[in-house]
Design a protein. Structure first.
Length: 231
């Protein structure tokens, strides 16, 4: 089930700094919509005209014009819309264009941290299966807290394998990313004895080093529902 979008066109437009940015945003959405597969699909033939209409050669699917303009707008969104709204603007462009997994992967691999963040935020609205999980794994290997927070959203909750998801939770704790960023934490943590073991071991290490145990760590342990030795 696709989660509800955290942004709307009107909501994002209201956050933009001026009329120039709002006009740019509106044009960018139009460009992205033209690139969507549904917009490029040829119209079905009209049976009433089938016998009388002149026959014209049909271009193969690969000959349909592409619309790279929206991808340029994806890259330059921060410059035109401001950094505060750029994540939402870029994510909406991806959704409007119905970007496929190949396009998302290319934009992620070639993009800046901000562009990668937008790809991660858009994943749950565009990719139904686990094929984009390598992008989440890549983000979790970084030390960029905003990228990590974007990586542990609804797509990770739905598609990361248990081992990878547990390490994502630990990565948040190590990096100082609040566990409120982890989508469906309570559901996935419930009854997870291995996660409880990993969390308890992390808590024990902090105690041995004379460091405080974060509230998030204790909360995650509680969510597992698995008895552990009190750290």
């Amino acid at each position: 089930m696709t989660p509800p979008r955290p942004w709307t066109r009107a909501g994002v437009a209201a956050r933009l700094p001026d009329d120039h940015a709002r006009a740019w945003f509106a044009e960018a959405l139009v460009d992205a919509g033209r690139a969507a597969p549904a917009a490029q699909a040829p119209s079905p033939p009209d049976p009433a005209r089938a016998e009388t209409a002149p026959r014209t050669p049909t271009a193969p699917p690969s000959a349909h014009p592409s619309h790279p303009t929206w991808q340029l707008r994806f890259v330059t969104a921060g410059r035109h819309c401001g950094q505060d709204a750029a994540d939402a603007v870029r994510a909406l462009l991806l959704i409007e264009a119905q970007a496929d997994a190949e396009t998302l992967t290319r934009l992620y691999r070639q993009g800046s941290a901000a562009e990668r963040r937008a790809v991660l935020l858009a994943l749950p609205h565009l990719v139904d299966g686990p094929q984009a999980a390598p992008l989440v794994d890549d983000a979790l290997r970084t030390h960029d807290t905003r990228l990590i927070a974007a990586a542990v959203g609804p797509y990770a909750a739905a598609h990361l394998a248990p081992h990878s998801w547990r390490h994502a939770v630990l990565k948040c704790l190590f990096a100082g990313v609040p566990l409120t960023a982890v989508a469906d934490l309570a559901r996935r943590a419930a009854g997870d004895a291995e996660l409880a073991r990993m969390l308890a071991a992390h808590a024990a290490e902090r105690t041995a080093a004379g460091r405080e145990i974060p509230r998030d760590l204790r909360h995650a342990l509680t969510l597992t529902g698995v008895p552990t030795e009190e750290p």
